[in-house]
Design a binder for this molecule. Structure first.
Ligand code: GLA
Length: 733
């Protein structure tokens, strides 16, 4: 059981999680919460010893103490030149902050314990509360803050409000791992040594972006591997513009700050108002990057996807659990879906969707999703967004007959929408040109011929809510693919003029959350997917509301391997949507075997996105068998523990292994890239296998000893380029 304790008369708080500790002390001199430890489990004795020794870092004694005290909340002021967490302007022009610790509270709610440290400015009526929440079954520590201006205070302007800063321990050679990319090439793992410069990961795009994920991992001396070594990592639970800065300070300390992006930031807080910041979750683990990912996955399944509603003071997590069995520890398994986009693009109509649905159902698909193109004026991407009425040319009888047909085939029905957007060529834009984000006298920059509705405006948000609500109330819809195909430009809110138009950056995402939460309330059985031209909006907060991410618009199975691998650093396989599409791939023109495409997509939540009417009967039969096979081991992949065995960049073969939660089944996938003649593929050793058990291959019946799997492994019959394998083992007693 995790605990948060402060021994009587001592100034030290110890947060003890199953495999790690976090310790804070309250500085005698300044009365401020100061960071002591984040790492291996320690007791109060060690925490007190660290507190007594620090901050007398002998070599830079005066620098360390005066400028770089490891404060839990760094307010700008004094002789500090590192990144502050919070910076505000007071009404009289004062801009520095001087805090003192005013109060504290620790509460337990089920398996979660929360410590709140209340800080008060010494001269001005401004309070900040620092939240620390831990769970009995996880090493993830959720941190966030809340700023409060009391009724008797005066207006302040917040210029920066990061959720938390993380101090790293005394080590050398810090290496940063992060996820970088672009449209169609999201979540590529990159690593670099933290030098004397700052390393900034950020999005100023209004979504998390394809370019960087709000995720970091640090290891010392670059020596952590997949299976060994200490790793400190963090994820921001916020779906709008964000920033994470890693820095090695002048005194040699390393800290990471993160939260809302402070670019163009100004948040006016009036007396009696408060500002709740998103969760910045941190995780320490000793078992390398593999254990780091497994811990994030488990946390995501149990605390983000299944039971998100328990950090009411932060905007991050949905207050309403999504559709799942009350009390169930895990979210429900994701159905095998079919999506029409790559088959029919904007040319959807009742007839072609019926045909696709028939074929999909024969293959064992469980959810049929009609993508873009079903609404008025949507013949291509130049028009239609905003006019969410069924196109009667394409669906003369409306959507109901198609939905009925899909349901009769035993599948759920899903639909694509992009409700935050508008094409200038739409009735909505003609009626409300002022509803979009824009600056006066400036170009309204289009991307994909569309503009962004200003969701920060409550009237616009209400319109989006009622539009989607109408759609879900009018039709028997089980699933919504919620898209957001372009990033912000000109994020203006001219109607606010002098009344804090910069607030749009944050209010937009807050209103998006409100809309999704209210839709969950009104339509609890409907599932949502977060899509933003692929993986452009992927983070813990959106996952608490949408449960799955459309990982990338790039569906080339070979390109997908590193994308999915990077995604797996931060997010669970259940949340990772992966489709099998046509060959040659529409984007890359690469031809790949059907089994290869399946094996890659089966590594997450499986979907089919090809033009089934062009698949041969043999291919469809093969697909049916593969889908059936996937369903047999689906819980192992979607709920299991993931081990990255081989990486394509290093080994020219990639391999992943999943172990069922009850450890009674194992699934292994391996894929080769372009292979040279004369290279050997050899064997792949499995991890986490019980050496006292035996495992039977479900397909061939071959019996493997646990010890053999551990010491020698499975043979990799991947001599040819772009070959793949999928093995499903069951434990036999
Ligand atoms: C985005 C999505 C695609 C598809 C198209 C439709 O690009 O990522 O999957 O839905 O929009 O326009």
């Amino acid at each position: 059981m995790s605990t948060i304790t402060q021994p009587e008369g001592q100034r030290t708080w110890l947060l003890e999680m199953p495999g790690s500790s976090y310790a804070i002390t309250s500085s005698r001199e300044s009365g401020l919460p100061r960071h002591l430890h984040w790492g291996r489990p320690i007791g109060h004795e060690t925490a007190s010893a660290i507190a007594a020794a620090s901050p007398l870092r002998q070599n830079v004694e005066h620098v360390a103490w005066a400028e770089e005290d490891r404060l839990e909340c760094v307010g700008w002021g004094g002789r500090r030149y590192d990144e502050p967490t919070i910076k505000v302007d007071f009404a009289d022009g004062t801009r520095g902050i001087e805090w003192h610790l005013a109060d504290q509270e620790t509460t337990r709610d089920g398996d979660a314990i929360t410590l709140v440290l209340g800080l008060q400015d010494r001269a001005y009526p401004l309070r900040v509360e620092l939240f620390y929440r831990i769970f009995d079954d996880s090493d993830v520590l959720e941190r966030w803050a809340r700023l409060v201006v009391p009724e008797h205070g005066r207006e302040i302007v917040v210029r920066r409000a990061y959720s938390a800063n993380w101090w790293l321990p005394e080590r050398t050679g810090w290496r940063l791992s992060f996820l970088h990319g672009g449209w169609g090439s999201e979540t590529q793992l990159e690593r670099r040594i933290l030098g004397s410069d700052k390393h900034v990961l950020e999005s100023r795009r209004g979504t998390t972006s394809h370019q960087y994920q709000p995720f970091f991992a640090l290891d010392a001396d670059g020596c952590a591997t997949e299976d060994h070594g200490e790793v400190w990592s963090g994820q921001l639970a916020w779906s709008g513009a964000w920033k994470i800065t890693g820095e090695r300070t002048a005194g040699g300390q390393v800290h990471v700050t993160g939260g809302w992006n402070d670019f163009d930031a100004a948040i006016v807080l009036t007396p009696g108002s408060e500002l709740a910041l998103p969760v910045f979750a941190g995780l320490y683990c000793e078992g390398g990057f593999g254990e780091m990912s497994r811990t994030w996955h488990d946390y995501e399944l149990r605390h983000v996807l299944a039971h998100p509603g328990r950090s009411p003071q932060s905007p991050s997590f949905s207050a309403k659990p999504q559709h799942h069995d009350a009390g169930a520890p895990l979210p429900k398994l994701r159905p095998v879906l079919y999506n029409s986009w790559e088959a029919t693009a904007f040319g959807v109509d009742e007839e072609n969707q019926r045909q696709l649905a028939d074929l999909a159902a024969q293959m064992g698909v469980e959810l049929f999703v009609v993508d873009d193109g079903w609404f008025m004026g949507r013949k291509d991407d130049r028009a239609g967004l905003g006019d969410w009425h069924v196109d009667v040319e394409k669906f003369p009888r409306g959507l109901a007959p198609l939905i009925e047909h899909v349901k009769q085939l035993g599948m759920g029905f899903g639909i694509w929408i992009e409700p935050e957007m508008v094409n200038p060529d739409s009735d909505l834009y003609r009626a409300h040109p002022d509803w979009v984000l824009h600056f006066e006298n400036r170009t309204r920059t289009e991307k994909r011929n569309q503009l962004v509705l200003n969701l920060a405006r409550d009237d616009v948000a209400e319109w989006v809510l009622s539009t989607v609500d109408d759609l879900l109330s009018s039709y028997d819809i089980d699933f919504v693919k919620w898209d957001m195909n372009r990033h912000f430009s000109e994020p203006g809110w001219p109607q606010r003029k002098s009344a804090n138009p910069e607030r749009a950056w944050i209010a937009y995402t807050e209103n998006l959350y409100r809309i999704l939460d209210r839709l969950h309330e009104a339509h609890p059985a409907v599932d949502f997917e977060s899509c933003s031209g692929g993986g452009g909006r992927a983070d813990l907060a959106i996952l608490s509301r949408t449960r799955q991410i459309w990982t990338s618009d790039n569906t080339d199975a070979f390109d997908r391997i590193p994308i999915q691998e990077g995604f797996s650093y931060a997010h669970a396989p259940l949340a990772m949507m992966a489709w099998v599409t046509d060959s040659p791939n529409p984007l890359t023109r690469r031809e790949l075997p059907l089994t290869y495409r399946f094996h890659v997509a089966m590594a997450g939540s499986l979907g089919i996105g090809g033009n089934l009417s062009e698949w041969t009967p043999t291919q469809r039969a093969q697909a049916r068998d593969l889908i059936e096979r996937y369903k047999e081991f689906r819980p192992v992949v979607q709920y299991g523990k993931l081990f990255r065995l081989l990486e394509l960049s290093r080994d020219d073969i990639a391999a992943l292994q999943y172990i069922a939660r009850d450890e009674r089944a194992i699934v292994v996938f391996a894929w080769s890239g372009a292979r040279h003649y004369g290279t050997h593929s050899g064997w792949v050793r499995l991890k986490g296998v019980d050496p006292t058990a035996s495992y039977r291959d479900r397909e061939t019946g071959t019996l493997h000893l646990g010890t053999t799997l551990r010491e020698l492994g499975l043979p990799l019959p991947l001599l040819l380029s772009f070959s793949s394998m999928c093995v499903h083992l069951e434990r036999v007693d």
